[in-house]
Design a protein around this ligand. Structure first.
Ligand SMILES: Nc1ncnc2c1ncn2[C@@H]1O[C@H](COP(=O)(O)OP(=O)(O)OP(=O)(O)O)[C@@H](O)[C@H]1O
Ligand SMILES: [Mg+2]
Length: 350
C-alpha cells in the first residue's frame, strides 16, 4: 500500500477517485497542482466544483457509473474554476466497491507535451535569430565608431559654426544607433548567480514601475510567502521582469492593474529537463491584450506594437530567463494578459 501511495504521489498524471454521486474521495499531488487547490480544501466536494461548465463530461461520468463501462477521451478541453482552459487525455474507470461504485479518473495534460515541442522549436528559432542579430550588431558598431570620430574631426575643421549643426546631427544619431545596437546585443555578461528571493526582485520592480506610471494604475502583489530562495542573478532578473511589467503598465494606458504573482510548481518540465521545484512568476495586467497579429512573434527582437517602441524589451527578458535555464510564455486576451516565467529552483535535480 505504501508503495502504491508513493507511486501515486509521484505520478505526473492527475489521479482522482469519486464516489457514486461524483464527490471527490481522493486526489494525488499532481491533481492538486493541476487544479491549484489543496486536497484538504476539496475532498468531499462535487467534481463540478473543480470542473464547472463541463456538462458533457459530467454526463459521460454519470453514464459510466450507471453502465459500469470505462471510457477514454483524448484531447478533452475542460475549463477550470479559475478560468483556465486545459487540454487533457481523460480515462475514467468505474470501480465496484462493495455495494456502491466509485470512479477512478486519470487526467494527463496534453498541453504540456504540445508546449514542450513548441517551446523547443521556439528556442531553436530564437537562438538563430539572436545569433544573427548579434553578428549584425557588431558589424554596425565598428563603422559607427569611425563615422562618429570622423564627424568630430570634421567639426573642428569647419569654417563656420552654422555647418556644425550637421556634424552634431551625425554624432547624435550615431550615439542613438550605438545605444540601440547595445540593447540589441543585450546584457552580454555572464550571470552572477546568488541565492535570490523572487519577492525582493518583484518589490524592486514594483518600486521602479510605481515611480514611472500614472496614478490610475495599481501594482498588486500576490505572493506565495513559503517560496524558498533559488540561485539567480537578481540584477538581470529585475531587468527581465521590469521589461515585462513596463509593457503591462504601458498597455494599460493610464488605467488598470498589474499583478505580480509567485507560485511554486512541482515536477515541472522545461525543455528536456524535469525539475523537482520550479518557480512560476507571473506578471498579469487587465489591459487590452496583445494584438492578435503580434501574438506569435512578441518575443522576437524588433517586434513592436508601439510607435515609440524598439521591440527589444521582451527579447531581452526572454534571453535572461533562458540563461537561467527557465522559460517564458504569454497568454493574452482582452482584459487579461499573463506573462509566465518558469525558473528551475534547484540545479541538477531531475
Ligand atoms: N502586457 C501587454 N499587453 C499588450 N501588449 C503587449 C504587452 N506586452 C507586450 N505587448 C506587445 O508586445 C510588443 C513587444 O514588446 P517589447 O517589450 O518587446 O517591445 P516594446 O515595448 O515595443 O519596445 P521596448 O520594450 O524595446 O521599448 C509591444 O510593443 C506590445 O505591442
Ligand atoms: Mg517593452
Amino acid at each position: 500500500m505504501n508503495d502504491c501511495r508513493h507511486i501515486l504521489e509521484n505520478l505526473s498524471a492527475t489521479v482522482m477517485v469519486l464516489d457514486s454521486s461524483l464527490r471527490l474521495l481522493s486526489i494525488n499531488p499532481a491533481g492538486e497542482m493541476l487544479f491549484e487547490v489543496s486536497a484538504r480544501q476539496i475532498l468531499g466536494q462535487p467534481i463540478t466544483d473543480l470542473l464547472p461548465h463541463n456538462a458533457a463530461l459530467i454526463q459521460q461520468l454519470n453514464e459510466a457509473l450507471r453502465s459500469g463501462h470505462p471510457f477514454t477521451e483524448h484531447g478533452l478541453r475542460a475549463s477550470l474554476a479559475d478560468g483556465r482552459d486545459i487540454t487533457v487525455d481523460c480515462a475514467a474507470t468505474p470501480l465496484a466497491v462493495g455495494v456502491t461504485t466509485e470512479m477512478l479518473i486519470e487526467l494527463t495534460p496534453v498541453d504540456r507535451l504540445l508546449r514542450i515541442a513548441r517551446e523547443e522549436k521556439m528556442l531553436d528559432q530564437h537562438a538563430t535569430s539572436r545569433a544573427l542579430i548579434r553578428g549584425l550588431a557588431h558589424e554596425i558598431k565598428n563603422p559607427l565608431g569611425g563615422l562618429r570620430g570622423a564627424a568630430q574631426l570634421l567639426e573642428r575643421k569647419l569654417p563656420n559654426n552654422e555647418l556644425a549643426e550637421y556634424t552634431r546631427i551625425i554624432i547624435r544619431e550615431a550615439d542613438r544607433l550605438r545605444g540601440l545596437v547595445d540593447r540589441m546585443i543585450g546584457p552580454n555578461v555572464p550571470l552572477n548567480k546568488r541565492p535570490t528571493n523572487i519577492h525582493q526582485v518583484f518589490e524592486h520592480v514594483r518600486s521602479l514601475i510605481l515611480a514611472e506610471i500614472p496614478e490610475g494604475i495599481s501594482v498588486r502583489r500576490d505572493y506565495d510567502p513559503s517560496l524558498p530562495e533559488f540561485l539567480g542573478d537578481s540584477d538581470q532578473l529585475i531587468q527581465a521582469i521590469l521589461n515585462i511589467a513596463r509593457n503591462a503598465a504601458q498597455a494599460l494606458d493610464g488605467k488598470g492593474a498589474v499583478w505580480l504573482r509567485s507560485r511554486v510548481e512541482r515536477k515541472f518540465t522545461i525543455g528536456q529537463n524535469r525539475h523537482r521545484l520550479t518557480l512560476r512568476a507571473e506578471i498579469e495586467d487587465n489591459g487590452p491584450g496583445v494584438p492578435d497579429e503580434l501574438k506569435e512573434h512578441i518575443f522576437y527582437p524588433m517586434i513592436t506594437g508601439r510607435a515609440e517602441g524598439t521591440g527589444l524589451g521582451l527579447s531581452i527578458a526572454q534571453d535572461i530567463i533562458h540563461q537561467h535555464g527557465g522559460m517564458i510564455e504569454c497568454v493574452s486576451r482582452p482584459l487579461q494578459t499573463i506573462f509566465r516565467i518558469y525558473l528551475p529552483m534547484e540545479v541538477g535535480n531531475g
